[in-house]
Write a protein that binds this ligand. Sequence first.
Ligand code: DND
Length: 244
Amino acid sequence: MTTAVTDDSSAQAAPDCHGRSQRRMSELSLQNDPDSGGVSKRINRQRHHPPRIGIMGGTFDPIHNGHLVAASEVAWVYDLDEVIFVPTGRPVFKQDKVVTNAEDRYLMTVIATAPNPKFTVSRVDIDRPGITYTIDTLRDIRGQYPDAELFFITGADAVAEILRWKDVDSIWDYAHFVAVTRPGYSDSGTIRRAPKGKVDALEIPALAISSTDIRHRASLREPVWYLVPDGVVQYIAKHGLYRV
Ligand code: DND
């Protein structure tokens, strides 16, 4: 893995394997630097060459704070320059289920990610016709970022199924996989069965939030405040999503 690059020559802490201490030092010294020009300049100064890009794929029906914490935590630990959220078009494992139309899921993802300067949203899966497969997501993002180091972010439930994904043998060539787990989670064996070094497990603060539960609550008119960002609460209400 590439070591984090900073242009802060005063950073003296030895970087850990993910470059975290380098980043902390860089941020601290820039905060004290009267010429640093504030947050946006600080972020620009930290970009890596090649860029380190996270990809958070999901149905996002709807996107919730568990997804956002997972992406934020991986971005921090792996010192990513950007996390691209990629809402699925037609999710392969949910063909027998009702899924909210792609434009609503896309817009909720844009609203939820807007406040974070490192978060962006891609339409590649929505605009590609047919069933959504991660191998195609990775090919498309690789085409847009030919030099980048790619990190695909998954929850523990998704990674447990990864060996059943389309073209799984080729998937590993495109990205490093980071499986976020709740404290105390014990891996079902998927990570051990994946090619060596291709999947990391990263423990993140547990947020017992699921899209299924949010849809259920919304269908009963129960509050979903603080499970999803405020703008998503309002989008769900305004468009009458998940009402039965
Ligand atoms: P989901 O439908 O699980 O998304 O899809 C996740 C990704 O897997 C998408 O990019 C799919 O295209 C891809 N996939 C699935 C199946 C087959 C194939 C590809 C294939 O190529 O053959 P959700 O919206 O339900 O969840 C998004 C992510 O967030 C998942 O990784 C999920 O595990 C995770 N997550 C949480 N992480 C932390 N805290 C929570 C979470 N709830 C869900 N509370």
